[in-house]
Design a binder for this molecule. Structure first.
Ligand code: NDP
Ligand code: GDR
Length: 327
C-alpha cells in the first residue's frame, strides 16, 4: 500500500526538501497551501527541486480548524508533518498575535483535526531551538529547560508542549523535533545565512555595494535542511513517539558566516558589512549549540553536511540566480 503524507508548510524550505525525500521513498505527498489573491501555488522552491508536479495541493490555513478537518477527511494521511508557521523570529515582535495564532494555536488546530479525523496518523511537530533562548547550559539537549526570548519562541513552546500533551492525553503518535537552525539555497532571503550568501553574490557581480547587518556576535548551530528532513521522517518511523534534538554540535558566529561567504567569492567581508540598528532584536538569543546524541543513538541520524559545504552551496546557487536575473 502506498503511504500518504500530508505536509503543512509544503511551500517553505523544509516542506520542499521533505516532499522530495518522501517522494523518493514512494509516498503520495499532499500539501496544505494558503489561498492568495492569485490562483498559482507559491511553488518556486518545489520547482527548484523539480517536484512541484508530483504533489497534490489542498487549500487550507492553520488558523482554520474546519478546513483542516475537511483536508484530513479527504486525504486520510498515514503521516502528518506540521511545518507551517510564521517562522521569522524578528517579525514576531511586529506581529506577536498573528504569530501566536499560527505558530501556537495553529498547532492546536492541526492536533485537534488529527485527533478527530485520523487518530491513527503519526504526527510531527516542527519545534525549535529558539525555545531554549536564554539558556544556562553550554549544550542544549532534550533535558535542557526552556526560556523563550521572542513571541515566536513563546508560540513554539506552546506548540511543543501541546504535542507532548496530546501524546500523553490521547495516545497520539505525536513527536516533536527540536531542530536547530538549518539552511539551504531554498532559505528565505530574510534569514541571516541567505541574506549574507545572496549579498556576497550580488556584490561579486557588481549588483550591490554593501551589506547592512545586525548582531554579528550571535552564534548558531547551522546545518543543512536536506539532512534535517531525514530526521523528521525517521522520528515517525519509530514504534514510540518521542522528542528529539536535531543539530550539528558546532556553533559559529554570524561574523564568521560573513567571512566564509565572502571568502567564497574572493572578497573580504570587512570591506562591505556595516552595522545597522534596524536588524538588531529587542531580545537576543546569544548562543545555541545542540546535543543530538539521542537522535544519533535512537534514529541513527547524524548531520552530513559541514557548515563550509552548506555556505559554499548557497553562494553558488545565489551566483547562478543573480546572473540569470541580470541576463
Ligand atoms: P518557512 O518560513 O520557509 O516556511 C513556512 C511555511 O508555512 C510556508 O509554506 C508558509 O506558506 C506556511 N504558512 C505560514 N503561515 C501559514 C498558515 N497560516 N497556514 C498555512 N501555512 C502557513 O519555514 P521553514 O521551512 O524554514 O521551517 C519549517 C518549520 O520548522 C517552521 O514551523 C519553522 O518555525 C520550524 N523551524 C525551522 C527551523 C529552521 O532553521 N529552518 C529550525 C526550527 C524550527 P507560504 O508559502 O504561503 O508563505
Ligand atoms: P533565527 O534565524 O532567529 O535563529 O531563527 P535568523 O537567521 O533570522 O537569525 C540568526 C541570528 O543572526 C542574527 N543576525 C541577523 N539575522 C537576520 N535575519 N538578519 C540580519 O541582518 C542579522 N544580523 C544578525 C540574529 O540576530 C540571530 O541571532 C531561525 C528561524 O528559522 C526559526 O524559524 C527557527 O526556529 C530558528 O532558526 C531555529
Amino acid at each position: 500500500m502506498t503511504r500518504k503524507a500530508l505536509i503543512t508548510g509544503v511551500t517553505g524550505q523544509d516542506g520542499a526538501y521533505l516532499s522530495q525525500l518522501l517522494l523518493s521513498k514512494g509516498y503520495e505527498v499532499h500539501g496544505l497551501v494558503r489561498r492568495s489573491s492569485h490562483s498559482e501555488v507559491n511553488d518556486h522552491r518545489l520547482q527548484w527541486l523539480g517536484v512541484h508536479n508530483d504533489i497534490q495541493y489542498h487549500d487550507g490555513n492553520l488558523i482554520d480548524l474546519s478546513g483542516l478537518i475537511r483536508v484530513l477527511r479527504e486525504v486520510k494521511p498515514d503521516e502528518v508533518y506540521n511545518l507551517a508557521a510564521q517562522s521569522f523570529v524578528k517579525a514576531s515582535w511586529q506581529q506577536p498575535l498573528l504569530t501566536s495564532d499560527v505558530t501556537a494555536k495553529g498547532v492546536g488546530n492541526i492536533l485537534e483535526a488529527v485527533r478527530l479525523e485520523t487518530p491513527e496518523a503519526r504526527f510531527y511537530q516542527a519545534s525549535s531551538s529558539e525555545m531554549y533562548g536564554l539558556i544556562q547550559e553550554p549544550m542544549q539537549s532534550e533535558a535542557t529547560p526552556f526560556y523563550p526570548r521572542s513571541p515566536y519562541a513563546v508560540a513554539k513552546l506552546y506548540g511543543h508542549w501541546l504535542t507532548v500533551n496530546y501524546r500523553e492525553s490521547f495516545g497520539l503518535h505525536a513527536s516533536s523535533g527540536i531542530l536547530f537552525n538549518h539552511e539551504s539555497p531554498l532559505r528565505g532571503l530574510e534569514f541571516v545565512t541567505r541574506k549574507v550568501t545572496d549579498a556576497a553574490a550580488r556584490i561579486k557581480l557588481g549588483q550591490a555595494k554593501e551589506l547592512p547587518m545586525g548582531n554579528l556576535d550571535a552564534t548558531r548551530d547551522w546545518g543543512h535542511a536536506r539532512d534535517y528532513v531525514a530526521a523528521m521522517w525517521a522520528m515517525l518511523q519509530q514504534d514510540e513517539a518521542d522528542d528529539y534534538v536535531v543539530a550539528t554540535g558546532r556553533t559559529i558566529a554570524v561574523r564568521e558566516l560573513c567571512r566564509v561567504a565572502f571568502a567564497a567569492v574572493d572578497l573580504n567581508y570587512e570591506d562591505y558589512v556595516r552595522l545597522d540598528e534596524r536588524f538588531m532584536r529587542p531580545a537576543e538569543v546569544d548562543v545555541l549549540l545542540g546535543d543530538s546524541s539521542k537522535a544519533e543513538r535512537k534514529l541513527g541520524w547524524k548531520a552530513e553536511t559541514t557548515f563550509e559545504q552548506l555556505i559554499s552551496e548557497m553562494v553558488e546557487a545565489d551566483l547562478v540566480r543573480r546572473r540569470r536575473a541580470a541576463a
